[in-house]
Design a protein around this ligand. Structure first.
Ligand code: M6R
Length: 607
């Protein structure tokens, strides 16, 4: 995720901006830049680490006490010097940094190009600088308002012009933005930790608000122009906690980011009627119609996401689909042919086994699609088609929000293939689209119920073994819940289809053994209840994940983790969240290093 900084005050802006960008490094980035004004706007930017930018500044310094800065995490266009922010209009009088996505940037680019615009980058962000300049008639705030009215998407942008010195104007449309209030100096940032060592007094900018920042403070308005009277908050957290957004661990922060991740991953890609737009997917409808089979390959949590994809492709598209562990597929002498699409899923895009399996499938004639979170990763370079998940950098070794984005990617892909193949009824596509658009709100609701997961964690924290069961999509979620628990709590755990329990593992169910059962698939509900009864009869303790409307489960379960009612096909997206929280809280209660669990690495780049 990109990081934003701004400064207006008596000091030199350059060092303050660089320092703030460094404190935002944990968000991940692939280029950095600043713009500082002293009558003229001077921009310096560089691909790679902030040290590269500092090298440039040491030989070509900037002076001035007003400036904006940015760390970029590539979404539109590769990580290059040219694509790094800030971006200016052609006159260099207006300068912009931007975090998020301008969904309609293509049509805006075309419109501006028809008016003579020449582009210096491949980014959506540059469009904003051109628009602000075009809309300017002596009032920067009015120009920014008009620009916002023209720009669709979820983003934050910060604008400065030499025509109105002493002022920075910023807008929040979903992407975070805070104002730090100093003594005759004011700071702007994506996140509190960037400026916490300068001030502890902050104004949090809300969605659809605009803020005018000067050295005297900040004036907040709605985008529509209504004044907003917001008291500053005083931050008492220490710097380390602040970096985690006030959460104790990155994992918990990332779990709570999931509603926003779904919004970002859907942004500009899904119409209300179920039409899907995928910018880096190059195949055409003829190819989509000719696909005879889909292979999905991945490792760990990404493999579990693939299990959900396999089921979606089979159910929604009636298309044969198989998910294979990449470390197995690469040595399985796979039979893949040209009419088969291989989808490799990897958060990092650097997992050695996944890269090897993807490459092998590609060499054997399969078209290769990457679902990855990292722009420019090795996997994305191998692939014919790419779906970037836009989950933002995931710091915790235990994957949560990247998994969530992988699920969303596969729903969108199924809708895209279904439209081409004519195998998805318009009503089904529309219902799925509505369900996906409603999902961020559903996830917020699940997250509000964290207390139930804490209660379940208290019940599980001293267990030696925990079993997870479910059927169909619920089984795939059971596997992910079990893996999460293992990797951070170090409690032994196994997941299995609910029907498999009686074929052996039931021998291990004794008094008090916790069994987590996922109960979202209505067509097999009664069958799963039979497995629950088998557990209860042996004294096992049932923790169930179930819909709000499921009253039956209360007769069987010791603890119920509730999710709102929804289409069974979409339920995995919500059902995984209480299991992530359960794993997190068990690990917390056991006092483990949650973000860096023993023996594990974030990216497994060796075989
Ligand atoms: O970067 P990748 O998605 O390819 O990583 C695959 C697995 O190593 C990863 O999902 C691993 O299982 C996580 N630690 C799970 O939380």
């Amino acid at each position: 995720m990109c990081g934003i900084m701004g400064y207006v005050g008596p000091q030199q802006a350059g060092p303050i901006l660089i320092d703030g960008l460094r404190r935002l490094e944990y968000r991940g980035y692939d280029s950095a830049g600043i713009a500082v004004t002293n009558g003229v706007i001077n921009v310096r930017k560089a691909r790679g680490k902030i040290a590269n930018l500092e090298d440039i500044l040491s030989s070509d310094p900037v002076t001035g006490s007003i400036g904006i800065g940015h760390t970029r995490w590539a979404t539109h266009g590769a990580p290059t010097d040219a694509n790094a922010h800030p971006h200016t209009d052609p006159t260099g009088e207006f300068v912009v940094v931007h975090n998020g996505i301008i969904e309609n940037y293509q049509s805006l680019r075309e419109e501006l190009a028809s008016q003579g615009a020449k582009w210096s980058s491949e980014t959506d962000s540059e469009v904003l600088a051109h628009l602000v300049a075009r809309e300017y008639d002596g009032d920067l705030v009015a120009a920014v308002r008009r620009t916002v009215a023209l720009s669709e998407g979820a983003y934050a942008m910060v604008v400065m012009t030499k025509r109105e010195p002493g002022k920075i104007v910023a807008v929040r449309k979903i992407s975070p933005l805070v104002v730090g209030l100093g003594d005759r100096e004011t700071f702007l940032a994506s996140d509190i930790p960037a400026v916490l060592h300068h001030t502890r007094d902050f104004i949090i900018i809300e969605d659809d608000e605009l803020v005018i920042v000067t050295e005297d403070g900040a004036q907040v308005e709605t985008i529509a122009g209504e004044p907003v009277d917001r008291d500053p908050i005083h931050i008492t957290w220490d710097a380390e906690r602040a970096e985690k957004g006030g959460y104790d661990h990155f994992m918990l922060k990332e779990i709570h980011e999931q509603p926003a991740v779904v919004t970002e991953t859907l942004a500009g890609r899904l119409d209300e009627d179920g039409t899907v737009w995928l910018e880096d997917v190059a195949f055409d409808d003829d190819y989509a119609r000719a696909i005879g089979r889909v292979w999905i390959t991945a490792c760990g949590t990404a493999y579990h996401a693939g299990l959900i994809g396999q089921e979606i492709f089979r159910r929604v598209l009636r298309l044969p689909a198989n998910v294979e562990y990449a470390h197995e597929l690469r040595y399985a002498d796979p039979i893949v042919s040209e009419d088969e699409l291989t989808i490799a899923i990897s958060q990092s895009g650097e997992t050695a086994d996944t890269l090897a399996a993807a490459r092998l499938a590609s060499e054997r004639g399969s078209r290769l699609m990457a679902i990855t979170n990292v722009v420019g990763s090795t996997l994305s370079r191998y692939a014919d088609d790419i779906f970037y998940t836009r989950a933002g950098p995931e710091i915790s070794v235990a994957s949560t929000k990247a998994y969530m984005a992988m699920l969303i990617a596969q729903y969108l892909l199924a809708l895209r293939l279904g439209a081409a193949r004519g195998t998805v009824e318009p009503k089904v596509a529309q219902d799925l689209a509505r369900g996906l658009h409603r999902m961020p709100g559903m996830l917020e609701e699940v997250l509000r119920r964290e207390e139930s997961a804490i209660a379940a964690a208290e019940a599980v924290k001293d267990a030696n073994d925990v079993y997870f069961i479910g059927r169909g999509l619920d089984f795939a979620i059971a596997l992910e819940g079990s893996l999460k628990l293992k990797e951070i709590s170090y409690v032994h755990s196994e997941a299995m289809p609910a029907g498999e329990l009686k074929h052996g593992t039931l021998a291990l169910i004794t008094e008090g053994v916790p069994v987590v059962v996922i109960m979202t698939q209505r067509s097999v509900y009664d069958k799963t209840i039979s497995a629950v009864q088998e557990v209860k009869a042996r004294g096992g303790r049932i923790i169930a994940v179930a819909y709000d409307t499921d009253t039956e489960i209360e007769h069987h379960a010791d603890i119920v983790l509730r999710i709102p009612d929804m289409d069974d096909l979409l339920a995995p997206v919500a059902a995984v969240v209480p299991l992530q929280l359960l794993a997190y809280h068990v690990a917390r209660l056991r006092g483990h290093d949650i973000d860096q669990p023993r023996n594990l690495a974030k990216s497994v780049t060796v075989e």
